[in-house]
Ligand binder design. Structure first.
Ligand SMILES: [Zn+2]
Length: 211
C-alpha cells in the first residue's frame, strides 16, 4: 500500500498515467482498478503535475504483484508510451531535427546529457549518472520505482523502455537498452546499457513481448 512520504520526492506523472492507459488497453479497466486499489492510489487527473514517487512505486509494485506473468511486458509498454509522450511534448521539433542530423556518437552524447539534466523527473530521490560511453551506460542509484522490491533478475523495464524509445527515435533506430544490474536483485544500483543495434537479450527477457 502507498504510504505518505515524509518528504515529497516526486516523479513525472507518466509513470502512473501511461501505466493506467496500458492497463486499460491490455487487461481492462476492472483489473486496472484492482491494481490501483492494491496500490492505494487514485487515478490522477490527465493534466497531473509531478506525483509522489511513493505512489508511482506503489502502482508499479501492485502491477508486478497482481500480474507477475505480464508485468514485464506491461511496464515495457508503459515506458515506451512515456518515451513517446516526452518526444511529443518535451523535445522541441528543432532539437529533434538537430539530433537526427548529428553524427550518431555525438547525438548519443547530447541525448545522454539531456536525459541527465532531466533525471529528477524519472529518478526522483535517486541518483543518475552516465558512467560509460562504449557502450553508453547509465547508472540509477536508489531507484524509487523499485524501492523494497526483490527479484532474481533486473525488473526496471519501465526505465529501460523510456531510454530505448528516446534512443531509437533520435539516435539509433535499432537501439536496445538492457538493464545489466538491478538493485532489486542485489546490485548496488541499476545499470542500463544502450546498444546501437540489437544484441542478445539476457536470460528470458525476450519473452516479454509475448505477454
Ligand atoms: Zn533495476
Amino acid at each position: 500500500m502507498a504510504k505518505p512520504s515524509q518528504k515529497t520526492a516526486c516523479l513525472g506523472p507518466n509513470a502512473i498515467l501511461q501505466t493506467i492507459e496500458v492497463l486499460d488497453k491490455n487487461v481492462g479497466r476492472n483489473l486496472r482498478t484492482v491494481v490501483l486499489l492494491q496500490a492505494g492510489v487514485e487515478v490522477p487527473p490527465p493534466n497531473a503535475g509531478m506525483l509522489p514517487e511513493t505512489d508511482c512505486a506503489a502502482v508499479h509494485d501492485a502491477l508486478r504483484t497482481l500480474l507477475p506473468a505480464r508485468a514485464e511486458g506491461l511496464l515495457h509498454d508503459s515506458g515506451l508510451a512515456t518515451g513517446d509522450y516526452l518526444l511529443r511534448h518535451r523535445f522541441p521539433g528543432a532539437a529533434k531535427a538537430a539530433l537526427r542530423l548529428l553524427p550518431r556518437p555525438l547525438a548519443a552524447r547530447v541525448l545522454a546529457r539531456a536525459i541527465a539534466r532531466n533525471a529528477w523527473t524519472f529518478a526522483g530521490s535517486g541518483g543518475f549518472e552516465v558512467t560509460g560511453t562504449e557502450p553508453l551506460t547509465f547508472k540509477v542509484t536508489g531507484n524509487p520505482l523499485i524501492k523494497g522490491a526483490r527479484a532474481d533478475r533486473p525488473i526496471c523495464h519501465w526505465h529501460a523502455a523510456v531510454f530505448e524509445r528516446l534512443f531509437t527515435q533520435l539516435v539509433w533506430p535499432n537501439a536496445r537498452v538492457i538493464e545489466t544490474a538491478c538493485a532489486a536483485s542485489g546490485a548496488p544500483c541499476c545499470c542500463f546499457e544502450v546498444h546501437p543495434v540489437a544484441v542478445a537479450w539476457p536470460q528470458d527477457a525476450g519473452t516479454r513481448r509475448a505477454a
